[in-house]
Design a protein around this ligand. Structure first.
Ligand code: KG4
Ligand code: ZN
Length: 342
């Protein structure tokens, strides 16, 4: 019996504020997943400062990659191919990872595979769910994106809906800042909301006219700011926990409503959430219940694979590798890369 050789991907991710590297075996087995987070640094400024992010990536990237190789117990010679996020993201941040991946792949004479960041987020679901295979639907909710996606096959996507303005995570971060929770807002709102009443304040649930799968969060964000200003003008205090819980419920309601609309319309039987906001406890619970009610299998990654990491990029790179995708030595960072485009 012939035995196929293992495919080992060294993956690099530097699109925002995490410098990350991982080694992934045969698409689904994570041998190492090293993340150097800059969150503490950006917290000082209340959000990600692109210039600082690039500088930190350049400082950390070599150590992070070495640690990923060491932890996996492999050398560059053992690696089959190098995968790297080349968009979307902050251009200066992306360039650090892309330049590094090109240099390594060129020197070690390995194929190079440019990966779309959102494809990576979706692929994170394959790590812990052996049974999950396309076709399925996915809701990708992160700091930069809110996409409802039909995953037709590995590396093949249709975008069914997306946000018209703010991303879900961006709304979490802005509201958190407004109510004094600081950066990054998502996990802080998630925590504080547990002490609050989600029905205390009725915030708007926006539906985009003639586009049932699109999202809009800027009105919700403004409604929260107006509520806070209103309280302050009247000299009244407001409950941080109630605002957090009510805002979180409004976001969750809209995400779940659009997702379930798609489930019914497209007769979906498997649904996977992805991205930083996919670790939100209220969203996970509500999606789980809504999927169960409809007999849909529901998948979500562990929190470490929801927020930015390189393991997810390694998984996506593996499937692109199997599809025959190879990037040239002219691979560049594409800050506004569209999902499904190369
Ligand atoms: O996927 P990610 O790490 O980076 C992007 O690709 O954008 O997502 C980061 C976003 C941030 O906006 C953060 O506030 C949000 O994910 N986030 C959360 C939670 N954990 C992270 N939002 C809501 N609840 C959480 N538990
Ligand atoms: Zn991300």
């Amino acid at each position: 019996m012939s035995q196929e050789k293992d495919v080992l991907i060294l993956a690099i991710e530097s699109s925002c504020d995490e410098t990350a590297a991982a080694v992934v075996k045969n698409g689904r087995e994570v041998l190492s997943n090293v993340i150097s987070s800059q969150i503490a640094l950006h917290t000082l400024y209340g959000g990600v400062v692109p210039e600082i992010a690039s500088r930190k990536h350049i400082e950390k990237i070599n150590q992070v990659i070495q640690a990923a190789l060491d932890e996996a117990g492999v050398t560059l010679q053992d690696i089959t191919a190098v995968g790297v996020t080349y968009g979307p993201g902050l251009v200066g941040a992306l360039l650090v990872g892309v330049a590094e991946a090109k240099a390594i792949a060129y020197a070690a004479k390995k194929p190079l595979i440019g990966v779309h960041h959102i494809e990576g987020h979706i692929a994170a679901n394959f790590i812990e769910h052996e049974d999950l295979e396309p076709p399925f639907f996915s809701l990708v909710v992160s700091g930069g994106h809110t996409h409802l996606v039909r995953v037709k096959d590995y590396g093949k996507f249709d975008i069914i809906g997306k946000t018209r303005d703010d991303a879900a995570g961006e709304a979490f971060d802005k509201v958190a800042r407004a109510i004094g929770l600081g950066y990054p807002g998502g996990p802080k709102i998630d925590k504080v909301a547990k002490e609050g009443n989600p029905d205390a304040i009725t915030f708007p649930r926006a539906h985009v006219e003639d586009a049932p799968y699109d999202f809009s969060f800027s009105g919700l964000k403004s409604a929260v700011l107006n509520y806070i200003n209103g309280c302050q003008m009247k000299g009244e205090s407001y409950s941080q926990a109630d605002v957090a819980a009510s805002f979180q419920k409004a976001v969750t309601d809209v995400l779940v409503a659009n997702a379930m609309h798609a489930v019914e319309e497209y007769q979906v039987d498997q649904f996977a959430i992805a991205g930083g906001v996919a670790s939100n406890s209220s969203l996970r619970q509500a999606m789980k219940e809504a999927c169960e009610e409809r007999g849909v299998k529901f998948y979500y990654p562990s929190p470490v694979y929801c927020t930015d990491n390189a393991a997810m990029i390694g998984v996506a790179a593996y499937y692109e590798y199997r599809n025959g995708v190879r990037s040239g030595w002219d691979l560049n960072a594409v800050p506004n890369l569209k999902l499904g485009e190369r």
